[in-house]
Design a protein around this ligand. Structure first.
Ligand code: SAM
Length: 238
């Protein structure tokens, strides 16, 4: 199945270790202006929360299944962001906005050599002085924590295996799900994702032409170190 075709239905349930509240706290401090775009919005956790806090939001994702979950989450929260099915790298809004976000690995799905064009596209979405906030799973995390490793979760109705293999530019992830049917039988489903390992210097040299920026370790909110797992950048369009 295509990336997120199976995972979408279980994504929110399985994402218990990602600190969305911490992220939203930072976004509320950093983001100014009333209108934003959430690239690679997934099930809309950030899009919906920002819409609830009064921002006019557009969520963009390449997975119809994830956008389906996002639409459900928005309905449940009583907000109406616009959701657009598009490759984030190809998305061109009709007018410029105050901020763009790309949360939890979205940028790891963009091939490293396409980063300069991707960041150029993001800058073009923004008004002058607009903010762009994003994170990546670091090269260290991809190469030394995730790769050549298997992770799993085993629940009564769902068993999930996440098996990762390193290649020169990043990691291939094979996800296997065993989902319990109403009659007690399990159905097996698989999907694959590719994430690219972007070195900090590579990201920053791609940003430099269009943005000023600061980076931090997402866990500590302090300096980025050799073993930082997630690097977060807060950027301002030049
Ligand atoms: C790890 S999820 C993060 C979702 C969401 N931002 C969050 O914080 O929960 C990554 C998302 O990126 C989307 N994605 C991957 N490649 C993409 C691309 N080229 N354009 C748009 N979305 C993409 C996937 O469909 C998935 O929903």
């Amino acid at each position: 199945m295509n990336g997120y075709g199976c995972l979408a239905a279980y994504y929110d349930r399985l994402m218990t270790d990602f600190d969305y509240e911490g992220y939203l706290g930072l976004l509320r401090k950093e983001l100014i202006g009333g209108e934003g775009i959430d690239l690679c919005c997934g099930s809309g956790r950030i899009t919906v929360a920002l819409a609830k806090s009064g921002k006019k939001m557009t969520g963009v994702d390449v997975s119809p299944e994830m956008l389906g979950e996002a639409a459900k989450n928005a309905r449940a929260a009583g907000v109406r962001p616009v959701f657009v099915l598009s490759d984030a790298a190809a998305f061109r809004p009709q007018h410029k906005v105050d901020f763009v976000t790309c949360v939890c690995d979205g940028v790891n799905y963009i091939p490293t050599k396409k980063l300069p064009a991707f960041f150029d596209g993001v800058a073009d979405m923004l008004k002058d002085g607009g903010k762009f906030v994003f994170d990546v799973s670091s090269e260290y995390k991809i190469k030394h924590i995730i790769s050549d490793n298997v992770f799993y979760e085993d629940h009564e109705d769902l068993t999930y295996l996440w098996s990762n293999s390193l290649f020169a530019g990043g990691v291939r992830m094979e996800l296997t799900f065993f989902v319990k049917d109403a009659d007690g039988k399990y159905t097996k489903m698989t999907e694959e994702h590719t994430q690219y390992a972007h070195g900090r210097e590579t990201v920053e040299s791609a940003l430099r032409k269009r943005f000023s920026f600061k980076a931090c370790d997402f866990e500590t909110m302090g300096r980025v170190g050799a073993r930082t797992a997630r690097i977060l950048w807060v950027c301002e369009k030049l």
